[in-house]
Design a protein around this ligand. Structure first.
Ligand SMILES: CC(C)(COP(=O)(O)OP(=O)(O)OC[C@H]1O[C@@H](n2cnc3c(N)ncnc32)[C@H](O)[C@@H]1OP(=O)(O)O)[C@@H](O)C(=O)NCCC(=O)NCCSC(=O)C[C@](C)(O)C(=O)O
Ligand SMILES: [Mg+2]
Length: 389
């Protein structure tokens, strides 16, 4: 029994302190994530970190401002139509609404049954005057309901270590039984350079999203958009020869717009896959251009991302469709699985060679379809109706 001096204010009831007072000693990690202690809790009484991040569908992470009554009104009816609802406290919430947003999120979380939909929040940046109160108030009030805390403007693994320890302390104090996961936004040049270390910084790491607007500013890119392409970033077809045999540089030539985000997304996907966590595209700011939005989302899906952000209700349907394998892909994948028998060797299917490696790609799609069908009855009916010839 550890006696506390009478002058110490022990504050509200704290399960971890009670257990400590009762002589219970738990293994924790006092170091900054030494390899052997990687999976030890970072505070006495904090829940055991997960060894594997659950593959919960998260095709769209839908952002709403909890201080905006019109948006808040729409949240209950969005439950079940979107995989993740995220109460945003950071950029896009006005400075004089920060506290309303935090309180609004607490109220929504307490009063809403989220069913299969995950509840995430994006806290303010680590250098802001709000972040400490965000954590101190959200975790005790709604920590048991919060699945993931998204951390903006992550610079390196030390930012994740900082959040990791605070979350452990707050979880212990509040008696939270399931660990809250952490999602980093890749929106600084140093963050991109350190993305592998960020992905591996903590067993809480659930995933990483691209933050193209802040990243562009931090890198001093000469763009003014929130994600998407740029007409000036292009490759031009070679000039044809003119009558005099030299290149006619003024002749009409095809131009091919390139993807400004390809390098960063590919780097992020590799870092996430290597760490066993999930990569996401981020925001597409041109809300009216649903066609280009779909293209950007599909590029990310093909490269390995599991989801994207939705800023406006109309982007949810696009994300749900793009990040669910198509009927054609599932039909083909199931044919390959059937044709490959025990999964070894090579076969010909429709004039193409299939082998162990193409089978593995097909299994990625089949597994994803099963995970999505488990939470999306309409999609399940669509996949169930596929006939493999
Ligand atoms: C774009 C905006 C201003 C257009 O808002 P609007 O009201 O002008 O649009 P609307 O088409 O007129 O809206 C129709 C209805 O839908 C509602 N509505 C509209 N949006 C939502 C929503 N998200 N959730 C729920 N409801 C929504 C809206 O309130 C309205 O309700 P009403 O019919 O009753 O009048 C608005 O959609 C919005 O503020 N969206 C969220 C923006 C946001 O969260 N930005 C931050 C993420 S991006 C970012 O931070 C960058 C990054 C990663 O950090 C980096 O790259 O660096
Ligand atoms: Mg940002």
């Amino acid at each position: 029994m550890v006696a506390l001096p009478e002058s110490v204010d022990t504050g509200a009831f704290c399960p971890a302190r009670e257990r400590y007072a009762a002589g219970v000693r738990e293994e924790t990690d006092m170091s900054l994530k030494s390899p052997k202690a990687f999976f030890a809790p970072l505070a006495v009484g904090a829940p055991q970190p997960l060894r594997e991040i659950p593959a919960r569908p998260s095709r769209a992470i839908h952002f709403f401002d909890p201080s905006n009554p019109k948006m808040v009104d729409k949240i209950p009816q969005m439950v079940g139509t979107v995989d993740v609802l995220l109460g945003n406290l950071e950029d896009a919430v006005k400075a004089d609404k920060k506290i309303d947003a935090r309180n609004g999120l607490i109220e929504i979380a307490k009063n809403t049954d989220f069913g299969p939909t995950q509840l995430w929040t994006r806290i303010n940046s680590l250098d802001s005057p709000w972040v400490l109160d965000d954590l101190n108030e959200l975790i005790p009030a709604i920590g048991q309901k919060l699945d993931v805390v998204m951390v903006p403007k992550v610079q390196g693994p030390e930012d994740i270590h900082y959040i990791d320890r605070i979350l452990a302390q707050l979880e212990a104090k509040a008696g939270i039984t399931k660990p809250i996961l952490v999602h980093a936004i890749l929106e600084t040049a140093r963050g991109v350079a350190e993305v592998e270390a960020i992905a591996l910084a903590s067993p809480r790491m659930q995933g990483i999203s691209l933050g193209p607007a802040d990243l562009a500013a931090d890198r001093k890119m000469k763009t003014t958009r929130v994600g998407g392409g740029h007409p000036g970033y292009l490759v031009r077809q070679d000039a044809p020869k003119g009558a005099d045999g030299t290149a006619d540089i003024h002749a009409a030539r095809a131009i091919f717009q390139q993807d400004l985000w390809h390098y960063t997304i590919a780097k992020m996907v590799d870092a996430c896959a290597a760490a066993g966590i999930y990569p996401y595209y981020g925001p597409f700011g041109d809300i009216t251009d649903v066609v280009a939005c779909e293209d950007q989302f599909r590029n990310a899906f093909l490269l390995g991302c599991v989801g994207t952000w939705s800023l406006h209700p109309k982007q949810i349907e696009i994300a749900n469709r793009v990040f669910s394998p198509s009927v054609e892909d599932i039909k083909h994948a199931r044919r390959v699985v059937a044709a490959m028998g025990d999964g070894t060797g090579a076969v010909m299917l429709d004039g193409k060679m299939e082998d162990d490696a193409s089978l593995k790609q097909c299994l990625v799609l089949v597994k994803l379809a099963e995970e999505l069908a488990a939470i999306d009855p309409a999609l399940k009916a669509t996949y169930d109706a596929i006939e493999v010839d």
